[in-house]
Ligand binder design. Structure first.
Ligand code: ZN
Length: 343
């Protein structure tokens, strides 16, 4: 299995984040990707590839031009306004407030194009996020060319980012960009299975009214856990997409036994839908020692997950999402890939 990764993805290097109601050290840090990369090489999963630059066109198929302009120009506007260091939004156009007309002030722009205060933007965020998206696109291209599987070592992650907002450490929705690109290349049906501990709110929002990209997510109940405002079981799609989104919100403390019941239900949907390509939004924060999560996966459970996904028998693109127990992240991630290859 080929892995795609660019060192440019390491240049987004946040120092702090707002979580638990205060400013704390950031957890979505470059060493996450370095741990996974070194484990890929140590366990000989396959060759490491540098992504091809797909340009802006595939990003615009998922994100709005206004949002991409904001991300691309952010740092010059931020420093041009006399600001220094990483940026946090603090005001949002919720409910009776208006998202349009778009503010011109940098703080208004930050709120317009985000949904949380836990995701700092820095000087290299745009470069790293586009490199991460290019890794997903390059891995998708390998599937188009006949590979049965590929791994996009995406970082920063993507599944919380929607068409016009960032959050949850995510800026560009790598899995959605890859899914849309595959559709545009002639792949008839794509399914995205999101196994990150957190609900993939951005991916769901992007494909919610569509039947050509199924979205399935198994995650911590949003009543108890981030992102709080999406990911309930009654969200099943709208319009043409009715019945093509399914969510399995699970309680804190969920272990493999409970999780695998939901996974079997998701696999049944995948068998019925029979996608031409399966994209796995691969979060490793279901791990029992993850510092921000409450599920109880042990390392062997990641092998089981990979083996179960292999039994679906579909061309499969793994796109990395979350996972913050940095020391164990590489081995847990590669366990999924190894389980898949041996399954
Ligand atoms: Zn997560």
């Amino acid at each position: 299995m080929k892995t795609v990764f660019s060192p440019v993805q390491l240049t987004h290097d946040p120092k702090m984040e707002i979580s638990d109601g205060k400013l704390k050290p950031a957890v979505e840090i470059p060493s996450r990707a370095e741990m996974v990369r070194s484990e890929i090489l140590a366990r000989k999963i396959g060759p490491l590839w540098t992504p091809q630059d797909f340009g802006r066109a595939p990003l615009e198929r998922v994100h709005t031009g206004e949002y991409l302009d904001f991300l691309e120009s952010f740092w010059s506007r931020w420093t041009g306004a006399g600001r220094q260091g990483e940026a946090f939004p603090f005001v949002w156009p919720v409910r009776q407030l208006r998202a349009a007309p778009t503010p011109s002030h940098i703080d208004g722009l930050l709120g317009r194009f985000s949904f949380d205060a836990g995701t700092p933007l820095g000087e290299h965020t745009w470069a790293a996020a586009t490199a991460s998206a290019n890794s997903a696109l390059t891995a998708a291209r390998f599937l188009r060319e006949g590979d049965r599987s590929a791994f996009a070592l995406c970082r920063p992650p993507g599944h919380h980012a929607a068409a016009d907002y960032f959050g949850g450490y995510c800026f560009l929705n790598n899995a959605a960009i890859a899914a849309q690109w595959l559709r545009d290349q002639g792949t008839a049906r794509v399914a995205i299975l999101d196994v990150d501990y957190h609900h993939g709110n951005g991916t769901q929002a992007i494909f919610y009214e569509r039947a050509d990209v199924m979205f399935l997510s198994i995650h911590a109940d949003p009543k108890e856990e981030y992102p709080y405002f999406l990911g309930h079981a009654d969200e099943t799609g709208e319009k043409a997409g009715k019945g093509f989104t399914h969510n399995w919100p699970l309680p804190p403390g969920t272990d493999w036994t409970r999780y695998s019941e939901a996974l079997e239900e998701a696999c049944r949907w995948l068998t019925v839908y029979s996608p031409d390509v399966l994209i796995v939004s691969l979060g490793l924060d279901t791990y029992e020692n993850d510092p921000i999560s409450q599920f109880r996966f042990v390392p062997e459970d990641f092998l089981r997950l990979g083996a179960r996904l292999a039994r679906l028998g579909k061309p499969t693109l793994f796109v990395m999402e979350g996972g913050y127990a940095v020391d164990a992240l590489g081995s847990n991630c590669v366990n999924v890939l190894e389980g898949f290859l041996g399954g």
